[in-house]
Design a protein around this ligand. Structure first.
Ligand code: MN
Length: 169
């Protein structure tokens, strides 16, 4: 719908204690966020674990650099960015609440239909699956995270971001 406000999405590749991709959707004035250890796959059958984490401030979305210390210390690359919309104009908040969000991405790397589905587990944690819907943007085999090793913002590799952020010696 043309009168629908465009909502941002961001993906940050984050070399914390364990490498992961932070997938973030603008929603309700913040960034709803999931940590995806293996990153997104373009293969609709390749469902990737996405652990729901705390919302982040909108301003953090385009961040790239290094986190100096504490939780999450390490290099952060802006791996993808763009716009998203819930499929069929559905209320995204309600879809998230029931654990089933279908949406479309208009990113530089992630495009087409995607889905986030909350797993029913007895474990602690808020585990979801992120997967590609089968459309013209789907691709098998997938090589999205391998094909794009650099930042969409700066063109840098993780090593270059880490080196730039290191304190002077
Ligand atoms: Mn992270």
């Amino acid at each position: 719908m043309d009168d629908e406000p465009r909502r941002a999405f961001f993906v940050q590749k984050h070399a914390a204690r364990r490498l992961h991709f932070d997938f973030r959707l603008e929603l309700g004035g913040a960034l709803a966020s999931w940590a995806v250890p293996r990153g997104p796959s373009l293969d609709p059958d390749d469902k990737r674990l996405a652990v729901k984490v705390d919302d982040h401030a909108l301003e953090y979305g385009p961040f790239e650099g290094t986190i100096a210390g504490g939780y999450g210390a390490g290099a952060v690359m802006l791996w993808d960015r763009g716009w998203w919309r819930p499929e069929g104009g559905a209320a995204a908040e309600a879809s998230l609440a029931v654990g089933r969000l279908r949406f479309e991405l208009f990113g530089e790397r992630m495009r087409g239909g995607w889905m986030l589905l909350r797993m029913r587990t007895k474990d602690k944690g808020d585990n979801w699956l992120l997967h590609k819907l089968d459309d013209a943007e789907a691709r098998v085999p997938d090589d999205l995270t391998i094909r794009y090793p650099t930042s969409v913002a700066s063109g840098r590799t993780m090593a270059e971001i880490a080196a730039a952020g290191a304190p002077p010696t």
